[in-house]
Ligand binder design. Structure first.
Ligand SMILES: *[C@@H]1O[C@H](CO)[C@@H](O)[C@H](O)[C@H]1NC(C)=O
Ligand SMILES: *[C@@H]1O[C@H](CO)[C@@H](O)[C@H](O)[C@H]1NC(C)=O
Ligand SMILES: *[C@@H]1O[C@H](CO)[C@@H](O)[C@H](O)[C@H]1NC(C)=O
Length: 491
């Protein structure tokens, strides 16, 4: 029978892969990570409680591995959290916590947390959630998705939802709106619908610009599209510390009882609830957010930020067709984005904060559909895996060595490459012997080559020399020293 993979999640602690498909109402199985044809766990007799994914092709599902401390036995249970849109024959659970082992009366894949607002509200289905990414960092779990603002509006807006790991009631569940837009005098370009994202530490040069006070922070790189014409799209960057700070600001505003004249909360509202309940009207202590980082029964939940409190950033890169995937690599403190498109290509963009530059296109084959949102590197970080509808392609992140002269090496403007002068090769810096020396490895985006004008003795020639910057180099072979004005290189 026809089955669509909805979720593939590596459970490295257990050496298994979690596989959830559309078949049999979204049942999952565990297979051996080293040979995926070997099943470790599968059962289709446990009923509705074990339906995890969706039967519908268009409904997206994301997941992240976590743990759950059982309150009675103190056992540390292995679980994964799932974010899932609504399909007409699925459960209405937006977020659920699924067991990865048997526990007491509970079966593998059973849901551990009952939280009616994000699991059973009849309104949830009308928000048309489209989950794109889930990850965890520093004790929090994040879900990135777009949804409609309310049940009567079909426009999509983007949110990042945060909750504490091991929060047994999802009291900490809070949604922060993300805004990716740029206004010019003539018009405002808004990219409202997130398509894919990648969490990474940027290279030092980009970090100095976007996270100057927190250079070790991680940044969420996200591609968005505009939903009016489907064509335009953009890459926006959200430092994780900015996301956390803004979330804490809006939560605090609610906890301390900041309301407007109409008694409505200033910064937040209750999503997925039909009647507008009076929330945020109790004036509590300012330290409440720190004291109850993961919320509590006495505090309002779930919360979503109002559009005025969205975290707004300007795109670093825009494109007139649809971006569908993003992965980010760092080479010698320079940041490079690999952006998948609906036309199956992958664009390489040097994220230079002063002048971002699209420098290369990896062509794809359109017949397999656009690039899938899961774009990732191998563990050595030297190859990229590109997935489309039915094809997986592995490509090197750079192809410096294909260029055989300095001019074509630097004309690529590829941050991975440079001209290794002493070896006469186009290489990564780490592959150039003595590449650390001054003018020994000429970084491709700088676009300068050196020329060796004369040699002594003259019967020795270096073929691979070019003529944009003329240096008077003298090469004295018997002393094994290469001289250039005031400094010397020992060969
Ligand atoms: C539970 O186990 C996970 C993974 O093995 C670990 O990261 C986490 O710290 C443990 N939690 C506690 C409270 O022991
Ligand atoms: C992984 O977990 C499954 C489900 O509990 C279990 O059947 C399997 O033996 C575990 N595998 C390993 C390698 O621990
Ligand atoms: C996004 O932010 C910009 C700039 O702050 C603002 O003009 C715009 O109205 C915001 N868009 C949305 C959808 O909130």
């Amino acid at each position: 029978m026809y089955n669509i993979n909805k979720l593939l999640l590596v459970n490295s602690a257990n050496g298994t892969l979690i596989v959830c498909g559309s078949l049999f109402r979204g049942i999952c199985s565990l297979v051996n990570l080293n040979s995926v044809d070997k099943p470790v766990y599968y059962s289709d007799t446990k009923g509705e409680k074990t339906y995890v994914a969706s039967t519908e092709e268009s409904v997206t599902v994301v997941g992240v591995i976590s743990y759950f401390i059982d309150a009675h036995t103190n056992a540390n249970l292995s679980v994964f959290l799932v974010g899932k849109g609504y399909g007409s024959s699925d459960s209405s659970k937006l977020i659920s916590t699924r067991l990865l082992q048997e526990h007491g009366e509970m079966d593998v894949f059973e849901n551990m947390v009952e939280a009616s607002t994000v699991q059973a509200s009849p309104f949830v289905q009308r928000y048309l959630h489209d989950f794109r990414h889930a990850f965890k960092d520093n004790g929090y779990i994040y879900f990135l998705f777009s949804r409609t603002p309310g049940t009567s509006d079909s426009r999509k807006i983007t949110f990042i939802a945060r909750l504490c790991e091991n929060d047994h009631h999802y009291y900490s569940y809070t949604e922060l709106q993300l805004n990716c837009s740029v206004s010019t005098e003539q018009q405002e370009n808004t990219y409202n619908k997130v398509q894919a994202a990648y969490l990474a530490k940027p290279g030092e040069i980009l970090a100095r610009k976007i996270i100057p006070s927190n250079p070790n922070d991680k940044v969420l790189f996200a591609v968005f599209s505009a939903d009016e014409d489907g064509g335009r799209s953009a890459l926006c960057m959200y430092p994780l510390s900015s996301i956390n700070t803004r979330l804490e600001e809006v939560i605090e505003s609610c906890y301390i009882g900041e309301v407007l004249e109409d008694e409505k909360p200033k910064t937040v509202y209750s999503p997925y609830i039909s009647k507008t309940e009076a929330i945020c009207r109790t004036k509590r202590d300012k330290n409440m957010v720190k004291g109850y980082k993961c919320g509590a029964e006495i505090l309002p939940s779930p919360l979503a930020s109002k559009p005025e409190y969205a975290l707004a950033v300007k795109p670093i890169f825009t494109q007139n067709d649809m971006l569908t995937a993003v992965a980010v690599a760092v080479e010698n403190e320079h940041t490079v984005a690999f952006l998948g498109t609906s036309g199956a290509d992958v664009l390489k963009v040097h994220l230079d904060p002063s002048q971002p530059e699209f420098y290369h296109r990896i062509p794809g084959e359109r017949e397999y559909g656009g690039v899938n949102k899961n774009l990732f590197f191998n563990s050595a970080l030297d190859h990229l895996y590109i997935t489309t509808g039915s094809k997986l392609t592995k490509v090197p992140v750079q192809a410096c060595e294909q260029k055989t002269d300095c001019q074509s090496c630097v004309s690529q403007r590829d941050p991975f490459c440079g001209w290794c002068v002493l070896e006469g090769r186009c290489t990564r810096k780490k592959d150039c012997r003595k590449g650390e020396g001054e003018n020994a490895w000429l970084w491709s985006p700088k676009q300068t080559c050196v020329t060796i004008q004369s040699f002594e003795p003259p019967n020795i020639s270096w073929k691979k020399t070019y003529n944009s910057q003329v240096l008077n180099w003298k090469k004295t072979y018997n002393s094994q020293v290469l001289k250039h004005n005031s400094y010397t290189h020992t060969l």
